[in-house]
Design a protein around this ligand. Structure first.
Ligand code: PHB
Length: 387
């Protein structure tokens, strides 16, 4: 790839980037994307290996789809996990394939908290309730894999959150054994860490809620637990301060205060990167006539507070806009999501000036089958460009 001169308006995306101990060959990163294709359930398979191999050929780095840190706190039956030996062995094939293609792959560590459902198969198998910071249900969502597509439930208040912090640590140990290059804490999109941060889902008045500092504690301790395993150079975090998804959202001033404090603390701990993903209206349905999110320019508001960590961004960037963010120093790299779904060769296309003309088929974003042939559709069968 390196001998091809990219078009001038995207050239900045092709400057290699020092990412912890690694050099990312470009700044077109692949974000976590739930694809629900680890059938029979929760264990990565050969189809997943092929999907990541295709995208490892040109991406600067890959963050896996959310990998469940424990059986409790899961949601989709066919999302991969990282809690068992079998899963670790299976992920080894994914990381090996990515490395054979010269790529980098970080695992995204995921706990759904109150966004899990008691009828989800893995949640049932865990024999435990759905937990959240407080007994407050999210509103607005539907569980598409569960018959009747029910909504969220009221979670059981977590008695001792440090039990889940320990699960992040064990998942980080497992991920290292599986051959990943690093780990990303999923602190975004209304999942467990975000639920602790947000004063509308966390009404605790113990050491884990109340003040901004106490609401931030869970995220900071989870990150520290992962860093204890991996070292800070190889651990990042994803945040969505604008909220919306999974019924997240505080008033704007409180949002700025909470996330302002959090990013400064994350920066002090020395997270390798902080991904400030932009507000996404599609994920923020109307509830009682109102959206929950607080759209604001997250890079402009929080970026200047970050002195040590790399700042990345995500969500609905065009390559040209991404290149502008990079050349203006606003973001070290940009994560792309849906464009990677429909273009296995996304970064190569951008480098060669090829059009991004595969139309993504939303019906196949998530797998809805246990039949491998069926699951290939909209997953590993998007064509590369002709070079
Ligand atoms: C989803 O499955 O729709 C999903 C999962 C994790 C996210 C966002 C969306 O962070």
């Amino acid at each position: 790839m390196s001998t091809i001169v990219p078009p001038a308006n995207v050239a900045s995306l092709f400057e290699p980037l020092k990412l912890g101990p690694y050099i990312a060959r470009n700044r077109i990163f692949m974000s976590a994307l739930t694809r629900s294709r680890s059938v029979p359930t929760n264990v990565p398979n050969d189809l997943n290996v092929e999907y990541y191999r295709q995208r490892a050929k040109s991406s600067g780095m890959i963050v896996t789809e959310g990998a469940l840190i424990a059986q409790q706190g899961s949601e989709w039956p066919n999302a991969p996990g990282i809690w068992s030996k079998e899963q670790v062995e299976a992920w080894k094939k994914v990381t090996k394939a990515v490395h054979e293609e010269g790529g980098l792959i970080y695992i995204q560590l995921w706990h759904l908290g109150r966004a899990s459902h008691p009828d989800a198969p893995e949640q049932i198998a865990s024999g435990q309730p759905v937990y959240g910071p407080s007994a407050i249900a999210a509103r607005g969502g539907k569980f598409r894999h569960i018959p009747g597509q029910p909504g969220y439930v009221t979670p059981t208040e977590l008695d001792d959150p440090s039990i889940i912090i320990a699960q992040y640590k064990q998942a980080a140990i497992n991920a290292m054994e599986a051959g990943f290059d690093g780990a990303e804490l999923h602190g975004a999109n209304g999942y467990l860490p975000h639920q602790f941060l947000d004063s509308t889902s966390n009404l605790r008045n113990d050491a884990w809620g109340g003040s901004v500092e106490k609401r931030a504690r869970f995220t900071l301790e989870a990150l520290q637990a992962i860093i204890d395993v991996w070292g800070k150079e190889r651990v990042g975090i994803k945040l969505t301060p604008g909220g919306g998804y999974n019924d997240m959202g505080m008033p704007l001033e409180e949002t700025k205060e909470t996330f302002g404090y959090l990013v400064q603390e994350l920066d002090k701990i020395g997270a390798s990167y902080i991904c400030l993903a932009r507000y996404w209206d599609v994920g923020d349905p109307m509830i009682d006539g109102k959206r929950r999110g607080t759209p604001h320019d997250v890079i402009a508001v929080y970026g200047p507070l970050i002195k040590n960590s790399l700042v990345f961004s995500n969500t609905q960037f065009t390559p040209e806009e991404a290149a502008k963010y990079v050349s203006e120093g606003k973001s070290g790299a940009i994560f792309f999501g849906i464009p990677w779904i429909s273009h296995p060769d996304l970064a190569k296309r951008i480098q060669y000036g090829k059009p991004l003309d595969n139309v993504p088929d939303m019906k196949t974003f998530y797998g809805h089958s246990t039949d491998i042939e069926e699951l290939k559709k909209g997953y590993t069968d998007y064509p590369e460009a002709v070079y």
